[in-house]
Design a protein around this ligand. Structure first.
Ligand SMILES: Cc1cc2nc3c(=O)[nH]c(=O)nc-3n(C[C@H](O)[C@H](O)[C@H](O)COP(=O)(O)O)c2cc1C
Length: 316
């Protein structure tokens, strides 16, 4: 998720969900080909399996970017056909491409020819007035014709004019039955549903109808949801939150030695204790102290101590 997630976030999420497939935020193919690749694509080996999400609409450029992504070690290349922002539309990528299934199919075919890892697409159920089931069916059919095997569907349409990206994640209603129908009509296509899934029960229930679930905002705001899903779906014992933090300690120390600053890493863990006694004290202490020059893991330990104190006070 652009501006929210990054490699540090995925290292943290991996501790919570060893079997989840993690996705990068969208990176434009042009930036991958022409920009600072190490900064844009560098990731930690613990993130595997991890997919690189690309934006773009030019088959040759996307193929080159996909190749570079695979050279960096990504396990999957995903094409974004779901982002509705103005900037993205003016660059003719993201959700507006749902109007151009043949072009998307050409992009998929070019990327598939360039790499041997899976090439997947993430889309909406529709855009603007192009939002009946037949349009979605035609879109999927065109991509399947280009060899697409996995489609992630955010189960709401996007309005390309008049709504902000944030509103486009909230205002158009979710329509899960449409995604289920797509699965029924393309049984050979792996369909992953996304949008509004906030807990393990919901994830489990969706999996009766489709092949996978993708969790966005809930995983960021309440990361322990990932551990609950991992537990419910794979049987992995629930980890203690404190242990998850301790597992990050060597990573944090190594990153700080390389010149990274603490808050870039631990801003992602602020919601780890959500709903637990003292969670607000943990969050407050960490957010107030994580930017102090020279802050290191001791700041996390102090936040934990603060949380215990407040949690106990509340329990008393
Ligand atoms: C801040 C933010 C940035 C996002 N960036 C991306 C992105 O780069 N690529 C993408 O496919 N979806 C992006 N999304 C959309 C989410 O992946 C997801 O499709 C959407 O939030 C609905 O799922 P959810 O209800 O589980 O959050 C972003 C969402 C947010 C909140």
């Amino acid at each position: 998720m652009m501006d929210w997630t990054d490699t540090h976030c995925r290292v943290f999420h991996r501790q919570l969900a060893p079997h989840a497939r993690l996705y990068t935020e969208m990176v434009h193919a042009h930036a991958v080909v022409r920009g600072d690749r190490v900064r844009l694509l560098g990731f930690d080996s613990s993130e595997h399996p991890v997919a690189l999400q690309l934006g773009g609409h030019e088959p040759v450029e996307l193929a080159a970017a996909a190749r570079i992504g695979v050279e960096f070690g990504y396990d999957e290349i995903n094409l974004n056909v779901g982002c509705p922002s103005d900037r993205v539309q003016s660059g003719r990528f993201g959700a507006c491409l749902m109007r151009e299934p043949v072009l998307v199919a050409d992009c998929v075919a070019a990327m598939r020819a360039a790499v041997s890892v899976p090439v997947t697409v993430k889309c909406r159920i529709g855009v603007d007035e192009q939002d009946d089931y037949e349009d979605l069916h035609r879109f999927a059919e065109t991509l399947v014709g280009a060899g697409l095997e996995v489609l992630v569907v955010h189960a709401r349409k996007a309005w390309l004019h008049g709504l902000s990206p944030k509103e486009n994640r909230e205002v158009p209603p979710l329509n899960y039955p449409r995604v289920v129908r797509l699965k029924q009509e393309f049984p050979q296509l792996t369909i992953v549903v996304n949008g509004g899934i906030v807990d393990a029960d919901a994830a489990k229930s969706h999996l009766q109808n489709v092949d996978g679930v993708m969790i966005g905002r809930a995983a960021y705001h309440d990361p322990y949801v990932l551990a609950r899903c991992e537990h419910a779906l794979c049987g992995t014992p629930l980890p203690l939150r404190d242990d998850v933090l301790r597992m990050l300690e060597p990573y944090i120390a190594a990153q700080l030695r390389r010149g990274e600053v603490l808050h870039h890493i631990v801003r992602h863990v602020l919601g780890l204790y959500l709903g637990e006694p003292g969670a607000r004290a943990f969050r407050r202490h960490l957010s107030e102290h994580m930017r102090v020059p020279g802050a290191d893991f001791r700041t996390v330990e102090a936040a934990l101590a603060c949380m215990r104190e407040h949690g106990q006070a509340r329990a008393a």
